[in-house]
Design a protein around this ligand. Structure first.
Ligand SMILES: Cc1ncc(COP(=O)(O)O)c(C=O)c1O
Length: 482
């Protein structure tokens, strides 16, 4: 028998299942069941964690964990100042059934699966404002009137500590240069290479912005293939370039993790060719499966320019990033960062330093990692359920990040599939958007902003769009459950 406890403040009946799971899991499950049975309906205001914890006789931590988990699953919405409510798109139901999977409710607006966009609704506004307030009121934090070109010393110190601890890079604060993000860092690197118009190897497919920035600085762009082990180092060698830009932790958009052998081979190439590796430490914070992987710059800093950014972890609009140059190139790179124009706001730099020092950044990363993992799981499961992956093969690059790639049948027309999806209310991006040379067709699907209850509907539209464009597969059951 479940233990019933009625919350007096809101008359909310919590039916805690009596099993051996920890209290926060039982509470999560109780609220989930109440939503599923229609006892809690969209818009319903839940009690504050303090109130509910007091009434249930547990700690606030227990209630907060349950709320965070349910928000990550898309069942709850938390708004600054207006409390925690049952989310508008949560549908009450009795039992999840096959019929329900086959016909989930359509959303009221277009579902945007463009990759690269973090869920900015999850920006930790309250903690960020507390840090900003601290910076503005505590004399010990008062911003320098003329900020040093390498960035606020306090932030460089904090970032160095973070890189040592979380990314395995041996750095001091003097080694860190604060930038306006990865693209700013690439522009600075390109500036140090261009007087003699040298070549740079870029991953193909890869993020177009990086090669555009390098090309705009006058560098010759050499596309290099990426496979399941990351960038093809033998091809980098053949390309006769002064630098190679790559994302070892999570290649964009394939999601490949650079293998240990290739890491060593790349460093050997850079040493022998006196070249540099530009490490875009993209999505390193969001690894869900397997052990966390250290940065390439953690193996050797001599030929690696390391680039990090808060664009995915906090907000792309902050324009906050950091660069760690090889010691021999520090002076040149600092001059190039300065020459590229103004750096990020000193107030944001100090706020971020305080935010990191108080542990708020680590907490935020733990929380968002959990949210994105659930979103990834929901989309992958829904694609399986609607037979998409059985027909096309497993989605690629799912171990980390905020997107996956879905291979399409060999001769299919990516653009036609994308157009059909757009008609069905889903924005997806064709792989060719990121390629320089022709490659097998695929879709790139960002799930960073896809609430799990919506994944089912999205998978169904993808199955429909694929069916419409693969007449030869009319014998396949795209819509049935596996
Ligand atoms: C592959 C890749 N690296 C890095 C970034 C971050 O760039 P920035 O720090 O300039 O916002 C992005 C942003 O979309 C990206 O797609």
């Amino acid at each position: 028998m479940p233990a019933d406890r009625t919350n007096r403040a809101t008359a909310l009946l919590i039916e805690l299942p009596e099993d051996t799971r920890p209290m926060h899991e039982r509470l999560t499950s109780a609220i989930r069941t109440a939503i599923a049975r229609g006892r809690l309906t969209p818009g319903h205001l839940l009690p504050s964690s303090r109130t509910l914890a007091a009434e249930l006789g547990c700690s606030r931590w227990v209630v907060n964990e349950a709320y965070v988990q349910l928000a990550a699953e898309g069942h709850l919405e938390t708004r600054q100042g207006s409390g925690t409510r049952i989310a508008a798109y949560t549908t009450a139901r009795t039992e999840p059934s096959r019929a329900e999977f086959a016909d989930p409710e359509p959303p009221t607006s277009h579902v945007d699966l463009r990759p690269g966009a973090p869920d900015v609704n999850g920006f930790p506004a309250a903690a960020w404002l507390r840090s900003l307030h601290h910076v503005l009121t505590d004399p010990a934090w008062s911003p320098p009137v003329f900020p040093p070109p390498a960035g606020a010393p306090r932030l460089r110190q904090t970032v160095a500590a973070y890189l040592r601890r979380a990314r395995g890079i041996l750095v001091d604060s003097d080694d860190v240069i604060i930038t306006c993000g990865t693209s700013h860092g690439i522009a600075a690197v390109a500036r140090t290479l261009t007087p003699v118009a040298l070549g740079v190897a870029v991953e193909d497919p890869g993020w177009a912005r990086l090669r555009e920035v390098a090309a705009a600085a006058g560098l010759r762009i050499e596309p290099v293939t990426v496979d399941a082990k990351g960038i093809d180092v033998a091809a980098v060698r053949r390309a006769d370039v002064a630098a190679a830009i790559c994302a070892p932790a999570h290649q964009f958009p394939t999601g490949a993790l650079l293998s240990p052998e290739r890491r060593r081979a790349l460093l050997t190439w850079a040493t022998e060719a006196s070249a540099i590796i530009v490490e875009d430490d993209y999505d390193a914070e969001f690894r869900y499966d397997g052990r966390p992987v250290g940065a390439l710059a953690g193996l050797s800093r001599d030929h690696v320019v390391y680039l990090g950014s808060a664009s995915k972890t906090l907000h792309p609009g902050l324009r906050l990033g950091w660069l760690v140059p090889p010691p021999a190139r520090r002076r040149a790179l600092l001059a190039a960062v300065e020459a590229a124009g103004a750096g990020p706001s000193i107030l944001d730099q100090l706020t971020f330093a305080h935010f990191m020092e108080t542990g708020a950044y680590d907490r935020h990363l733990r929380q968002t990692r959990k949210t994105y993992r659930l979103r990834r799981n929901a989309l992958v499961t829904a694609l399986q359920r609607h037979n998409v992956t059985r027909r096309l093969g497993a989605p690629q690059g799912i171990a980390a990040g905020l997107h996956l790639t879905l291979p399409l049948p060999p001769k299919s027309d990516e653009h036609a599939v994308v157009a059909r999806l757009a008609d069905l209310g889903v924005t997806a991006i064709p792989l060719s958007r990121y390629t320089i040379r022709p490659q097998p067709p695929a879709l790139v699907l960002g799930y960073g902003r896809l609430a799990p209850p919506r994944a089912e509907w999205v998978a169904m539209q993808i199955a429909k769009a694929l069916h419409a464009h693969s007449p030869s597969s009319s014998d396949l059951s795209w819509h049935g459950s596996t």
